[in-house]
Design a protein around this ligand. Structure first.
Ligand SMILES: C[S@@+](CC[C@H](N)C(=O)[O-])C[C@H]1O[C@@H](n2cnc3c(N)ncnc32)[C@H](O)[C@@H]1O
Ligand code: SF4
Length: 409
């Protein structure tokens, strides 16, 4: 009997490694944009797409960065036509990250015409002085203008990224930003506490004692975020992610029925677990699904093997021009390590882990392998457990990183 070929991977991430200027807090891999290197990157990316297309059937596509919206119309057209030619278009959810300074009507229309149906806009703050301090290239006015352009182009699934606990940000400033962002009425909101990443100007300022961290203030800001976003009709489904529950839903896989009769929305989760406008692409990461990551610095995780591309655009292009993949490292994860990571990621979601789903995904039983850790978190009030589930409480979600770390093996 011929061997059955494995199911194709349904999730595709593409890293666009260019920014107009580096923000003070950011450690994502990117280089100053412009000219020939961008064209060379686009050609190399198309080659990389050709190499993996046969193993892909994308239900979700996510262009992140860097600043994907920096690519010009011609460069976008080249990439989108390649996706069409390689039968990779038609994803139920197709997201592009945009910086508010680089959105135009022409670009928005082109993306929409080629099937992009979700835009994630990096706003960070609506306070002019903080935007400046963070090294953002846009003003608050550009945020409102770009949001309007995207709506006019027909985007009905928009995300806004905000940051809190920014040095110099008071609770009043945070409240004002939140109120204005919520008034925009986006379908999705992501809000992260500032992380002091190594080798960033913000980290250097912290090291030099020029700025300090106020943990109590950060906690109050997080509480404010959860309360205000919820009152505005969002449902929190992950530590930093909120989505609207109603509207035209773009399903990742066709709805089926869970054992309880609740319709499922992919990854074994039901519509009760994740709201209609949740980012399906990220949900796949948090549930331990496979994905291809293309472009410099991108990581792939396919059937238990993690690979990482070179974080160097020139080297990335050289490799692909020679007809080789631009992989810097490859790691085959032992099953228990893989299951531990999956447990840790999944706990970031409000739904936590139904024991049976975890077992289906990883072949390990949380109740046997991680009984002590679950007991520890439950005793601390950070988690709740019943016969079928384990999930973090709202207090536990605030410290999700520390809680999740306990599950790593
Ligand atoms: C890779 S960025 C892409 C967005 C786009 N490049 C922009 O900045 O407009 C994705 C999001 O990660 C968040 N982020 C990046 N670095 C962070 C940090 N050090 N701490 C907290 N959030 C961060 C920001 O909210 C940012 O919008
Ligand atoms: S936050 Fe966005 S725009 Fe700023 S440096 Fe990072 S990737 Fe580039």
């Amino acid at each position: 009997m011929p061997a059955m070929s494995p199911a194709r991977v349904t999730s595709l991430y593409i890293h666009v490694p260019f920014c107009a200027q580096k923000c003070a807090y950011c450690a994502f891999y990117s280089e100053p944009s412009g000219g020939e290197p961008v064209n060379r990157y686009v050609a190399a990316l198309v080659r990389e797409l050709e190499m993996v297309a046969g193993d892909l059937k994308p239900h979700t596509i996510f262009f992140g960065g860097g600043t994907p919206s920096l690519l010009n119309l011609r460069q976008w057209e080249q990439i989108l036509l390649a996706l069409d030619r390689l039968h990779l278009s038609g994803a139920g959810e197709f997201t592009v990250e945009c910086n508010p300074a680089t959105v135009s009507s022409d670009k928005a229309k082109l993306l929409r015409d080629f099937g992009v149906n979700r835009i994630s806009m990096g706003v960070q703050s609506l306070d002019e002085a903080l935007l400046d301090r963070l090294g953002r290239i846009h003003t608050r006015k550009m945020v409102f203008k770009s949001f309007d352009i995207l709506r006019r182009a027909g985007f009905d699934n928009l995300n806004l990224d905000l940051m809190f606990a920014i040095p110099g940000q008071t609770l009043e400033i945070w409240r004002a930003t939140l109120a204005e962002a919520l008034a925009l009425d986006s379908e999705h909101l992501s809000s992260y506490e500032v992380i002091y990443e190594d080798d960033t100007p913000l980290f250097a300022q912290l090291q030099a004692g020029e700025i300090g961290v106020d943990e109590d203030l950060a906690c109050s800001m997080y509480e404010e975020l959860v309360e205000r976003a919820t009152s505005a009709g969002f449902r929190q489904y992950e530590v930093a992610n909120f989505a609207r529950a109603v509207g035209a839903q773009s399903t990742v896989s066709s709805p089926q029925s869970a054992p309880g009769g609740e319709p499922t929305v992919g990854c074994g989760l039901t519509t009760r677990d994740i709201p209609a406008f949740a980012c399906k692409h990220n949900v796949n990461y948090w549930r331990g699904g496979s994905f291809y990551g293309l472009g410099p610095s991108a990581t792939s995780y396919v059937r238990g093997v993690r690979t990482k591309n070179w974080s160097n655009t020139q080297l990335y292009c050289e490799q692909l021009e020679k007809g080789k993949r631009a992989v810097e490292s490859r790691e085959e994860l032992p099953p228990l390590k893989r299951a531990g990571e999956t447990a840790a990621f999944g706990l970031r979601m409000v739904a936590g882990w139904p024991f049976e789903e975890f077992q289906r995904t990883t072949s390990f039983d949380l109740r046997r392998e991680w009984a002590a850790e679950m007991g520890q978190l439950t005793a601390r009030g950070w988690a709740a457990r019943d016969e079928n589930h384990f999930q973090l409480t709202s207090r536990g979600l605030r410290f999700a990183d520390a809680a999740a770390e306990l599950f790593l093996r």
